[in-house]
Design a protein around this ligand. Structure first.
Ligand code: ADE
Length: 419
């Protein structure tokens, strides 16, 4: 089988990790069982560009069980778990094109290798396959029934493309499903980002000033977990509404021009570029640590940091680069400014990816079932899928909830019952 991974001999460890993660993905397991029976993706060629992790491996197994012919490449050059990639190829017969630390040319070669298999359904985490199908491989866009998008950054891009009238096929914004962003973005990013920072630096967070740049779902998660570990948390925002929410949550809110002076740790989670830049690096304290948990590595202006530095020591510790300023201050950059939670840790825990990936799998089946009826544009995940995933997750957690009585249902449906 054609594939490109770092070392197929790593497969046994990868398989152990895939099965360990699977044990914490009960909803995805159920979907897999159902898919194995019903084969909703039979005859479909799926091209997937996701972080190549143990959790993603279990999604790939599910799509395969549903009858899809699946191929996978990485959605980030640093997030690939090489043992998992090896196991997917060797133990599960899934073509994977991903090597941890691959350069940009190889990253694109791998995206193209997936598209060379002529998929008719694509799944992205950051819209990279869709982007190629709209720029370099436009003739192939007509083969695509639909595409599924996993992350906020990707959805923002796709919405912009739809608005400009250039989107060529229907897209399902899986990120926007409640069963995805309310949990994965908040609790997943919150925990895995702090995990990445600690693995990279071994920093004690208690008593530190942590500046979280952006108070979207991911920012909320990071802020809450940093606060839980005893840090004093500052939020920077551009949205008045989000800033107000942060204030009322009890966070210190201020502009970055001010916050940059006092932070011990900066975490960017905005989806925008250069939210930490020259003017901020100039004011940071000696020893400040900067990292990113947003999708692309553009949030920290690394070229500006490099320009300001007298010396750069790569890898003073694994995943830590030291930038020595001309005035002697040192600034530490984690994971080259790429997703710190996936590059320095293992990404979100399986239990939360369970919901995201069960939603992905069911949305794939839904897209297929629509059989060309979906209009070109960005679509939500049907409510029944969200409800089903939430119900199954609660059941797996052994949590029971109340049901409306017939009288309560009538009350809610009525416009006349009042005082
Ligand atoms: N995104 C964040 N965490 C992830 C994980 N564990 N697997 C796949 N994608 C992710």
């Amino acid at each position: 089988m054609k594939a490109d991974v770092t070392d197929r001999k790593l497969a046994p460890e990868g398989k152990r990790r895939i099965l360990w993660a699977d044990a914490d993905m009960p909803v995805l397991q159920l979907v897999r069982e159902r898919f194995a029976k019903d084969k909703p993706l039979k005859g479909i060629r799926m091209g997937c560009c996701l972080h190549v992790t143990a959790e993603t491996a279990n999604l790939m197994r599910t799509l395969q069980a549903g009858g899809a012919d699946v191929a996978l490449c990485a959605s980030n050059p640093l997030s690939t778990q090489d043992d998992v990639a090896a196991s997917l190829v060797k133990d599960f017969g899934i073509p994977v094109f991903a090597r941890k630390g691959e350069n940009v040319a190889t990253f694109y070669k791998h995206l193209n290798a997936v598209l060379d298999r002529r998929p008719n359904l694509t799944m992205d985490d950051g819209a990279d396959l869709v982007n190629l199908l709209h720029t370099k491989r436009t003739a192939e866009a007509r083969n695509i029934i639909a595409s599924l998008e996993e992350t906020t950054t990707g959805v923002i891009r796709l919405r912009a493309m739809a608005q400009h009238g250039i989107l060529k096929f229907p897209v399902i914004a899986v990120n926007d499903a409640a069963t995805k962003h309310l949990f994965d973005n908040r609790y997943g990013t919150g925990q895995s980002t702090i995990d990445g920072v600690i693995r990279a630096t071994d920093m004690l967070l208690a008593g530190k000033r942590v500046v979280v740049v952006g108070f979207g779902m991911c920012g909320r998660g990071v802020a809450a977990r940093a606060r839980g570990l005893g840090a004093q948390v500052t939020i920077t925002e551009v949205s008045p509404l989000r800033a107000l929410e942060a204030v009322m949550e009890g966070y210190d809110v201020r502009p970055m021009a001010d916050a940059c002076r006092s932070g011990d740790l900066f975490v960017t989670v905005t989806g925008n570029k250069h939210v930490l830049r020259d003017e901020h690096f100039r004011r940071m304290k000696d020893g400040a640590v900067v990292c990113n948990s947003g999708h692309f590595d553009v949030e920290i202006d690394i070229p500006a940091l490099r320009k300001l530095a007298r010396k750069v020591h790569r890898q003073v510790r694994r995943n830590v680069d030291e930038f020595q300023m001309r005035d002697g201050r040192r600034i530490y950059l984690l994971a080259e400014g790429r997703l710190v939670n996936l590059a320095a840790a293992e990404g979100h825990p399986a239990s939360v990816m369970d919901m995201s990936f069960a939603t992905q799998a069911l949305a794939s089946s839904y897209a297929r079932k629509q059989n060309g009826r979906l209009q070109v544009g960005v679509h939500g995940v049907p409510r029944e899928i969200e409800d089903w995933v939430a119900e199954l997750k609660l059941k797996a957690m052994d949590v029971r909830i109340d049901r409306l009585s017939p009288e309560q249902q009538r009350y809610l449906a009525s416009s006349s019952e009042g005082t």
